[in-house]
Design a protein around this ligand. Structure first.
Ligand code: PLP
Length: 247
């Protein structure tokens, strides 16, 4: 018996183990089909709306990376998980307000959702207090509509243009610019969305060769994202179950 068993009921643990097995084989099959090494793709378990006990149980099943999208929920959950003696890598994947940066840098290892120069600056200032660099991805707006989040490729906008954001991240000590993140826009075929993202990522890597991470693909479209080069897939409902509210 491990220490984890106290925090989640055995039936929940079995449910998570079964779902995890299915998601892992989907990822393995997608890697095989794409001719990619399985070790090139990291699965992030998106645990938003689910309790710390589920995170601890997933960690006990070998999950190393966990994602959350709201600081109000993630900060206490990360503290509870740490108190249980478990230390996953925390990925902050949601829209981030500048006034939350100080909180997020206390527990996050990677922030996926930087989409403006102003946010990049606030995050870099907050991260300066850390003892190790924060990994940061620039979020890309695939359809070029900044209203839905994401920096805009091929835009000269000094705050929301992708080139300005990647330049700001690459030039900030205290953060490491690691790559790009995107969500397939509503109404777009995932193939078209992730093909476009792959083009954008190739262009960004010409200027920033170390920015190799590509966070794309969720429960419904992870195979397609892997085909187009995703290095991180963010999987929520396929692992943990349907969330009560869509977010
Ligand atoms: C919730 C969320 C996910 C996971 O979505 P599922 O469809 O439940 O797998 C992935 N990425 C982001 C940014 C999210 O907010």
């Amino acid at each position: 018996m491990t220490q984890y068993d106290a925090t989640v009921r055995p039936d929940r643990r079995a449910e998570l183990a079964a779902a995890l097995g299915q998601v892992r084989s989907r990822i393995a099959d997608a890697c095989l089909a794409a001719g990619r090494d399985r070790s090139a793709v990291t699965m992030i378990a998106v645990t938003k709306t689910y309790p710390a006990g589920d995170v601890v149980a997933l960690a006990g099943l070998g999950v190393t990376d966990v994602g959350e999208n709201r600081d109000q929920e993630a900060a206490p959950k990360a503290a509870e998980v740490a108190a249980a003696g478990v230390a996953p890598r925390w990925h902050f994947i949601g829209q981030l307000q500048r006034n939350k940066c100080r909180s997020v840098v206390r527990y996050a290892d990677v922030v996926h959702s930087v989409d403006s120069v102003r946010l990049a600056g606030a995050l870099a200032r907050a991260a300066a207090a850390r003892d190790r660099p924060l990994e940061v991805l620039a979020q890309v707006s695939i359809d070029g509509d900044p209203a839905r989040g994401g920096a805009v490729p091929d835009s000269a906008d000094p705050d929301r243009g992708l080139g300005a954001v990647t330049g700001a991240l690459a030039g900030s000590p205290g953060v490491r610019f690691a790559g790009l993140m995107a969500v397939a826009p509503l109404g777009w075929e995932p193939e078209r969305a992730f093909a476009r993202l792959a083009e954008v990522a190739a262009a960004v890597r010409r200027d920033h060769p170390g920015a190799t991470a590509l966070s794309a693909g969720m429960s419904a479209d992870l195979e397609i994202a892997i085909r187009f080069g995703a290095t991180h897939v963010r999987v929520g409902s396929a692992l943990l179950g349907m969330r009560p509210t869509l977010r």
